[in-house]
Design a protein around this ligand. Sequence first.
Ligand SMILES: Cc1cc2nc3c(=O)[nH]c(=O)nc-3n(C[C@H](O)[C@H](O)[C@H](O)COP(=O)(O)O)c2cc1C
Length: 211
Amino acid sequence: MELKDVLKKRRTIRDFQNKEISMDIIDYAIVNGFKAPTYNHLREWDFVILNQLESKLMLIESENLNKSINLKELEQQFENKDKTMKEMYLDAIPKQKKMILESPTIIVVIFRPKTRVAEAKKLNDLNCLASIWTCIENFLLSLAEHNIYGVTFIPINIETIKKNLGIPDELEIATLIPIGYMAHDAKILRQKTINISERKHYENGKSKKTK
Ligand SMILES: Cc1cc2nc3c(=O)[nH]c(=O)nc-3n(C[C@H](O)[C@H](O)[C@H](O)COP(=O)(O)O)c2cc1C
């Protein structure tokens, strides 16, 4: 596939088919993940692959996703917000448990921090986090090339999850990615239309380059 087609194809999907994913495709995406740029040239990244129901239940429990969601309250919370953003949250929030439960595989993406995220004071203290996200994008694009989609979920109770998965204390979790084939009725949300000419800027605040 051409790069532009893969870039267009990758979307966040939260509704999955009950269909296993070949480990060859996951390996391909991990190999491509490791081609991403990295701040210290070391690519200190790891991927944990979860397939067991117990692991999914542990994540749901750790993240307190069993609680019911009041859709009316949720609607009110986003009442005056951007329409595309609101559409996304109203679809996404109620699906957080389901997407973990129904995805055949969840990928836990791990990195070695330069400075602990909670202790970061300068932008470059977070170079480790910036680097792992370039890796994650390569990973997601490579899956999309093979009709596999994912959703990056940032856990809140990271220490509990690390402990339950036996992840060493000195490493950090960047994200959990439930992945899978898109369900036949999967919701593909509208992306916000961006006018690039309004987002491109030159020196001195000029919006158009003058010769
Ligand atoms: C840093 C980051 C955190 C995200 N966290 C979540 C999350 O916790 N739960 C979720 O359902 N989606 C999450 N997403 C997915 C976004 O909602 C999604 O990427 C966004 O709506 C754009 O949609 P698209 O990826 O289809 O273009 C996250 C994405 C990013 C980049």
